[in-house]
Design a protein around this ligand. Structure first.
Ligand code: ADP
Length: 542
């Protein structure tokens, strides 16, 4: 078995040796091996390839010179001595069919010499497969850098019944015709090079689809230099439903990716608007439960959208148990029992694990709906919770138009502030008030929670006043959040939801950055639960 990494690898030619080629599709759990033999900043795909070759004891590999990371992989693997046949195939990035034909011939000779197998042209010609046709109906385009089978499966599961076209750099290999037998190498070089270009190629004009998809999921890889630029250009077209997902090919942050995909599906397919529950439309009670990373919020609403009870309980270790406790508290305060509740709608990270037979909707869609209820003029929702922050642009009915979420780590989230409050030995309430009393403008340079904490400890040691340090932290959170607002092309009226909306210092800094007032409701932290309850009411009244 010969493995390869990119679509320009001559898979059909290698079939001429009676060999099967398989594309490496690594999803390592971590980079234990790659981090010890390659630079930390090597792209996630390159690290994953090294990890896979080491773990699966792969012996034959063709690497294409499609980007600098591939060169680094080649260096590492050459030194490792793990492989019996390692071939680095130079790839022209503009024109160069004759050059590439010669390189293909060289590879052919090298493999024949290594294996002792003669090249059989007929076998190679028989290996050409016709290209797959683009679907004529609605479809989702999965594009950008190598996504891998795990992410693709997740995308497929998110859009049941809708075809997914894998147009990622490794997923769209297609030979438009069988190569000419009399002029095999030159003709084959031309066919290989004229596939839909990868972003490393000079001319990328053919990177389009015949008819537009209903949504595009754009995958980028951490530390990849090429695909981020194409995404930036695509983003300019605000009418195109587009979701960016960045991974390093490991399952890290899969919870966030699921939320993003589910929210994108809710936006693109309007599937929430198809939900219907058959209950007496005139008199009913709905509970909305937002099971967040830090707090679990419950709202009980009647058919007239009036809030009968609202509770907020720390999530703690058991999301399901806490949800039940929070619901019981809300039922008590509304003088109702669980039997009085006609529908439970869940949202938040724990939404799918609270109870069977409940309706569950992502916090993006719920915050949008809840924010519209709290402020019907709102156009941009800024939600900073304990674990992530999101900015959502909404339409005049509280539907999601576009959203972005912060990436993976705690930077710019409630957790970031909680950790610094602990380092300063103050409560969140004190932090909120003291943040307004600053005198000297201090800058905290690191957004990494751990590094920022050491900056805070150093500032404390230098006797810098606590309000000044807090203001530095608030500015850091505000600037990270303002970047998200710009990415989603947010505009006033702004509303802030989530627990951090109670932090007056952060809100003031953010208002300064945005140059506009932000509306804060007294129900800001329960916005997700309010949205969940409202969507439940709509599903009943539909
Ligand atoms: P999640 O939805 O992830 O559970 P929340 O929306 O409940 O998160 O927000 C939790 C965050 O809100 C905490 O990390 C904390 O920083 C912030 N927060 C909660 N209460 C207060 C408060 N009284 N003052 C300032 N910040 C607060």
């Amino acid at each position: 078995m010969i493995y390869y990494t990119c679509k320009y690898a001559p898979v059909e030619m290698m079939a001429g040796f009676g060999q099967t080629c398989e594309r490496l599709d690594p999803n390592p759990a971590n980079f234990e091996c790659a981090d010890s033999c390659a630079h930390q900043n090597l792209c996630g795909f390159a690290k994953a390839v090294i990890e896979e070759i080491h773990q699966k004891k792969i012996k034959e590999l063709i690497i294409t010179d499609c980007c600098d990371s591939m060169r680094r992989i080649n260096d590492v693997l050459k030194n490792s001595g793990w492989l019996d046949f390692l071939y680095f195939l130079p790839l022209p990035h503009t024109g160069g069919e004759k050059f590439f034909a010669k390189e293909l011939e060289n590879l052919c000779e090298a493999y024949s010499e290594y294996s002792g197998i003669p090249f059989d042209l007929d076998k190679a010609l028989a290996a050409f497969q016709p290209p797959q046709k683009e679907p004529s109906g609605p479809y989702i385009r999965f594009t950008g850098a190598h996504g891998g089978h795990m992410l693709k499966k997740r995308v497929e599961a998110t859009f049941p019944g809708i075809p997914i076209v894998d147009d990622t750099c490794t997923g769209n290999r297609a030979m438009e015709r069988v190569a000419d037998a009399d002029n095999f190498f030159e003709d084959y070089a031309e066919i290989l090079l004229h596939q839909k270009a990868c972003m490393r190629m000079w001319n990328v004009r053919n990177r389009t689809m015949l008819h537009p998809p209903i949504g595009t999921i754009y995958h980028t890889i951490k530390f990849c230099d090429y695909y981020g630029f194409e995404y930036m250009n695509m983003k300019e077209d605000t009418k195109m439903p587009l979701l960016k997902i960045e991974t390093d090919t490991t399952p890290q942050s899969s919870g966030q990716i699921k939320t993003r995909l589910d929210a994108f599906a809710e936006t693109v397919t309007n599937n929430v608007e198809d939900l219907h529950v058959n209950i007496d439309r005139d008199h009913f009670l709905v509970a909305g439960i937002d099971s967040g990373s830090t707090s679990t919020d419950v709202i009980i609403m009647n058919e007239k959208q009036a809030i009968l009870a609202s509770t907020i309980v720390p999530t703690g270790a058991g999301a399901t148990r806490t949800a039940r406790q929070a619901l019981d508290l809300a039922l008590n305060s509304a003088h109702k029992t669980i039997d009085d509740i006609d529908l439970v709608v869940t949202t938040g990270y724990g939404r799918e694990n609270i109870a069977p037979n409940t309706m569950s909707i992502t916090e993006i869609t719920c915050h949008a709906k809840g924010a519209h209820y709290l402020d019907p003029k709102a156009k941009t929702v800024i939600d900073i919770g304990g674990q992530d922050s999101k900015v959502i642009r909404i339409d005049e009915d509280g539907r999601v138009e576009n959203f972005v979420m912060n990436d993976k780590c705690a930077a710019g989230t409630g957790r970031f502030l909680d950790m610094q409050a602990r380092a300063l030995e103050i409560s969140l309430k004190e932090m909120s008030a003291l943040g307004l009393e600053w005198k000297k403008d201090v800058t905290i340079s690191s957004m990494c929670t751990v590094f920022a904490e050491s900056e805070v400890v150093s500032l404390v040691a230098e006797n810098v006043a606590t309000p000044d340090i807090i203001h530095g932290l608030n500015k850091a959170v505000a600037s990270k959040t303002a970047t998200l607002v710009t990415r989603v092309k947010g505009e006033p009226e702004y509303i802030m939801t989530g627990g951090v909306a109670q932090n007056k210092g952060v809100v003031t800094c953010l208002e300064e950055k945005l140059g506009a007032k932000i509306f804060i409701s007294s129900q800001a932290q329960s916005c997700g639960a309010i949205g969940a309850a409202l969507l439940g009411i709509e599903a009943i009244q539909r």
